[in-house]
Design a binder for this molecule. Sequence first.
Ligand SMILES: Nc1ncnc2c1ncn2[C@@H]1O[C@H](COP(=O)(O)OP(=O)(O)OP(=O)(O)O)[C@@H](O)[C@H]1O
Ligand SMILES: Cc1ncc(C[n+]2csc(CCOP(=O)(O)O)c2C)c(N)n1
Ligand SMILES: [Mg+2]
Length: 345
Amino acid sequence: MADSLNSPNISDLSEEQIIALFADSLSSADGIGIGDDSSVTEGPSGLKQFLSTDLIVEHVHFRRQDISAHFLGHKALAVNLSDIAAMGGRPNGFYLSLALPKELSVSWLRQFRDGLLALAKKHNILLLGGDTTRSQNDIIVNITITGVGKPRQVKLRSEAKVGDVLCVTGTLGDSAAGLKILSNPDQYAHLTKSERQQLLESHQQPKPEVEKGQWLSQEKAVHAMIDVSDGLLRDAHHIAQQSQCRLNIELEQLPLSQAFKSFYEKNGINKQAQEFAVAGGEDYRLLLAVAEDAVKDLQKRYKQKFSTILHQIGSVSKGDSEVEILRDGSPVEVKEQEFKHFKES
Ligand SMILES: Nc1ncnc2c1ncn2[C@@H]1O[C@H](COP(=O)(O)OP(=O)(O)OP(=O)(O)O)[C@@H](O)[C@H]1O
Ligand SMILES: Cc1ncc(C[n+]2csc(CCOP(=O)(O)O)c2C)c(N)n1
Ligand SMILES: [Mg+2]
């Protein structure tokens, strides 16, 4: 008791510092434990087993009036599937834990279930168990997901190499723009109905890139992979820290959707749009470090397979474990706020 009186509270710590209280090091040399998008252990039939867990908390990850129960069910599973995708794994089962306030309607819960199970069915994965309890006021959802992959195809955050090229599987910033629209609906009347719809959909119904992750995992030239959940800047930082090299991201190369550009057009501030896209979170795209001599061929085959572009957005170089953001080749300081649950690390 006396100790807690003198103790600062946890808002003085970063998320990384809080996690470090439970783990000696965030980067385990063999990639087995804490520090990646999932843990990696021995699985059945000589495969590796992936396991990951994610919390969704009302007021932190969503506001009840902003998202239907169906979409929330979808999103709760999607963010977990994305972590398995980032490892190059094939998801195979999940557990669902719920803390629910007594006043919640049965109809809300049924719709949540339908959204969740529709996505589970699409990915052919089974609900294996969970836990159910009461909460005072807020809805809290936790999903733990499992997956498998071939040992040589496991993609870690720690394997980026100096000279690699950075690629991203799709546009960035749409989800963060969707969140802005939900927060200030009147400010974005200049968007067409379909632009608005597209941005809201990215936020409320993200599409985890499971098939792309598995396809990319077969490529030896893909050295490292992570999913972009906290925002490109923060997630690139995780690769930089764990691979102990410098990541350089070129703002002009960032893939931005037409709807996202329109979202920003009103102010005519394109520079700000790029910075918003680099900082904004919940994109659920894959960021990868690829051997430079293989990237052109990989992009060609990726285009043939998925009819979409694997965007080249930067490079990996020797240096401190930091991320440098460049505009026209010169470093810039990004002023947009990154998403942080706690203090800046
Ligand atoms: N309380 C905790 N105790 C032990 N390990 C933790 C704890 N919280 C997070 N971790 C581990 O720390 C690493 C980073 O966690 P984090 O939640 O940031 O994962 P992420 O994939 O980067 O983000 P997201 O939660 O958006 O999927 C992961 O390996 C995770 O398992
Ligand atoms: C009401 C509300 N406020 C803010 C946000 C934005 N947001 C919440 S969590 C997160 C990063 C990933 O989280 P985690 O690492 O916990 O998976 C982001 C960008 C939101 N979706 N809803
Ligand atoms: Mg992740």
